[in-house]
Every structure is written in structure tokens, then in C-alpha cells.
Design a protein around this ligand. Sequence first.
Ligand code: BGP
Length: 470
Amino acid sequence: MQSKFPKGFLWGGAVAANQCEGAFDEDGKGLSVQDVLPKGLRGARTETATSENLKLQGIDFYHCYKEDIRLFAEMGFRVFRTSIAWSRIFPNGDDKEPNEAGLAFYDRLFDECRKYGIEPLVTLSHYEPPLALAEKYNGWLDRRCIDLFLRFAETVFTRYKRKVKYWLTFNEINALLRAPFMCAAIKTPKEELTESDLYTAMHYQLVASAAATKLCHAIIPHSLVGCMILGVTVYPLTPAPDDVIQTMLRDRETYQFAHVHARGTYPSYLLRYFEKNNIHVDMTEEDLKTLKNTVDFISFSYYSSICESAKKNAAMTGGNLSKGFVNPYLKASEWGWQIDPAGLRYTLSKLYDLYGLPLFIVENGLGARDVLIDAPNGEKTVDDTYRIEYLNAHLVEVEKAIDDGVAVLGYTAWGCIDLVSASTAQMSKRYGFIYVDRNDDGSGSLKRYKKKSFDWYREVIRTNGESLKR
Ligand code: BGP
């Protein structure tokens, strides 16, 4: 069958600085919130960075990036999504001057990408605000974080204006309401935060996102800026109207964020929610003007779907930050994330119907326990047929959405090289086309091996999707 993927479709892979770079205190880098979260997003924070945190070393991408990008180029990547660790550039978040060694690292990294014709797609904030912002400001509960973020954004836009065209502001911005320390460096325990606190922090990030979008367009006229949403896809558990209404309400928790970014205003249901619940958000006239700087595209992560119900007595499942009810029609990954390729088509179509902006799938993939085996050429490899099946099925659904008329800019498979998991901080939850020899106890040579999916993805990219099994 002839591929429906448009010419120039941006095929590639995605990582985040804190999950792969390591070198957590090298070349002047300050600590980020991730450096004190050794058990992942649900675990408790420690007072300072401890050696049990696998992220401190990551997969040593900070030193191995040349080898890794060469492997991405071998697969034919046209885009590589990563984040700039804010604390490499502004170690305390509020430093007057940026750290030149940190800036120089990303120069080298982006140059290496461009050498192979790979477009960098850069996330400004991927769950890694400087820890000092938590200590000194209580993070994004403080309005001054908007300006500090813009100082960071302006610095990197100016520095990389000839190297980076595609930018994302906040990774999975809607996660802030559930993980305020990790997303927004808010030190106060979540149980002690009021809804006014949480929505005020969210509002500050939305204003910062819009202001950064404006700034980016001014500094890099040909740039394209996107928001990034945790694409929680929700179905009613049954056709009971109460379940359908519950699903609609749950959907709004996700879509409200895309709405502000795409339309430049708060949706009326959210403003009413504030009013009815006595939620006071520190919102100025100036802020509302700033929000009018809307994004060029919407990006999102998609791993699974969940169900909603008005009755609260069914079995629960879900991804990192998205608990819901088990869908009896779907199987799940080893970590209980239900696998639903058609849900990706559904999500793409829904977002496009609502906002009409181009979409970018910037995370998708299967976390699995891979087993290293001997390869015929004397090397080692992984027979990850299960991953190929997962990715193939999802890409076929992306193609159907494109065929339906949805504008999709590209697809970056999550964790294209094995990295440390965000939710569990495990190394053994692997997503990559490239195996990294590192274990949960920190042992391993860090050597890279191509998995079976490596050749499979190379062929998908080479044929612009034609080789997919339909
Ligand atoms: C998303 C995050 C990523 C990534 C991914 C997979 O929510 O943006 O950083 O880690 O989920 O999750 P995990 O690593 O927990 O398997």
C-alpha cells in the first residue's frame, strides 16, 4: 500500500536531558529537582543528590552524544527531540549571567545533529527546573519565575537561533496539577496546597509559555513553537450517560491546557470552575493579553488510554499521572499501561477537530524489560518484536488520521535510546531502539547495542512509512 505520510514528515526520537545526560554536576551545572528524586516522580525527595539516583549518571549522553547521534543518523532520523537542562544554563535559576560551559555543550550537541541533517526539537522545561528555585522561591508559586524562565528562554533562543527551529515550552504542562514539585519546583507538599495555589502556578506557566512563544517568534522569525500536553485519552467505561458526562469532565482537565495555548483564552468551563469553587488565581489584564500569543502547533505524548466512570468501584489502571478504569478490551504493558493504537488516531482527530492546529506526536513507545542476546555477527542484540508490533500498530493509526485529513508534522518515538524512567527511575523499563548496558543497581558498561527494532525503524523512515505492516 502506498504510504500516506506526507513528504518531509519528521521521523525521529525523543529524550529528556535529566533522563539521559548524567554529568549532573559537571561544567558548572546546578542541581535540578530530578537530582533529588531517586525513586522517580512518586517517590519522596531527598535533601541532596544521592548516588542511588540513576539519573545522576543517566546513560552518560553528556559524553556519548556523538556516538548516539551517529546511531540516530544511521536510522535516518530527521528530528531529535531533547531538552535543555535549565540548571546547566542558569545553575540557580536566577543567576544574572548564563553558564558558558552549559551553553557550549548544547552548541556541540546541535551542531552534531545538524551535521547529519537532523533537526533538533527542543523542550525548554522537561520536568527539570533548577532546585534552587524550590528553595528560594517555592518554585512557580512565585510570579517571579515567569521572568526567570523568560531570561532562560531568551538566552537559548538567541544562542541557538541558527541551529534550532522547533521549540516546545513545558513538557506535559497539564502534569503540574498532579506533580507540583517535579513540574514546578513547588516545595510545599502537595497535600498542603490549595486549588488556588495549583491553578495560580499553572497560570504563571501558561503566561510564561505564551510570552516565550512571542519571544521566540521575535528572535527566530522562522521558528515553530508548540505546547506539549500529556495526551490522556479517556473513554466512557460504559454507554451509561453518567459515565459519558464523567468522561467529558475528565477530558476537560486535559483540553483546558491545549485550549489556552491554541486559542489564547481560558475556556469558559474553567473560569466557571474557579468561580464556583472560590479559586483565586492571580491573573492580571496584562497576563490575559500575553496569553493571546498562541502556539504554532500542539504536541503531545501518547502511550495508552483509560476509562472513566461515574461509579467508583471498578479496577484502576493508567500511566504516570493518569489513573483511570481498566478497559476490558485492551491488553497492558508490564507496567500496566493499556495498549491502544486506535486511541492515537482518536486523540489526533479530536485535537485537530477542536483546534485545527498541526499536531506533533513527541512521545510514544513501549516500556519493556529487554533481554540482551548474542547476535549472529558476534555482537549483542535484543529481539524486541513486541516493541516493533506496538510501534507499527500506532504508526498505522497515525497514517489513518493523516488520511482522515489531520495535519501531523512528525513523530518522535520516546526513549529512542534506553534511558532512566521518569516514573520509577528504573533503567530496566526500556523504550529504545538502542540498548544501553546499564542496570537498576547502576552496574554495566554503558555500551550501546542495536536492537531488532533499530533496523525496523530505519526501514520505516527510509520508505516514509511504506514498509509498515497494515
Ligand atoms: C512522559 C514523560 C517522559 C517519559 C515518559 C515515559 O510522561 O514526559 O519524561 O519518561 O512519560 O514514562 P516512564 O519513563 O515513566 O516510563
